[in-house]
Write a protein that binds this ligand. Sequence first.
Ligand code: FPP
Length: 231
Amino acid sequence: MDLKIPKHVAIIMDGNGRWAKEKGKIRLEGHRQGAINLEKIIEHSVKIGVKYLTVYAFSTENWKRPEKEVNGLMELFAKYLDTKKKSLKKQGIRLLVTGTKENISEKLLKKIEETEKYLEDCEKMIFNIAFNYGGRKEIIDAINKIIKDKKETVDEKEFARYLYRPEIPDPELVIRTSGEFRISNFLLWEIAYSEFYVTDVYWPDFTPEEYDKAILAFNKRDRRYGGLNVK
Ligand code: FPP
């Protein structure tokens, strides 16, 4: 069977905390294992021909978590950028970080900028990390940019150009791990016509085989974009 591979896959990496709890470990250990798992999923994305992979690593709502967990996630992300950039370069993967800069330390912002720059020539796949990201915030930020530009009206196409990453096409497939049927403020504008796939598997246990199941399910969907699929 000739499989259709979604050009852009977006993943809500949920269940790190539950994974850790079931193993009697602290929550941060779940996030660490989640970061390790990401490697396999990035590799598999390139292997099957995905061109854009977006992952939800930290939401604008995640600041409400205990300080220790928030700091741990910040450190994990900084360490991730430091330790993975060479391997991303080797694989030809360009990294983008998408979200608001608000509340992020100068040091981390500088690291993000440097890492993006280091990988800017890579062309095999764009790996987009949604970090300090909120869908509503992205829309409000776009509206404020439009007001600043003194536009009286905009259409959908023009509006989309004011979002954080206008160069990235909308995701065709959104995957959420650990069984919740929620969108959690993720890519609200961009997912208007995305297919949604939910698996019970916790993110640290989401293997390439589980990923393939999502791709297979995507292939079985009848995508009509609001129209009729008359054959
Ligand atoms: C949701 O699981 C996960 C997060 C809020 C963080 C996701 C972060 C990673 C996978 C870390 C790696 C990413 C990078 C780029 C370094 P949860 O904690 O809400 O799980 P729970 O619902 O079981 O409590």
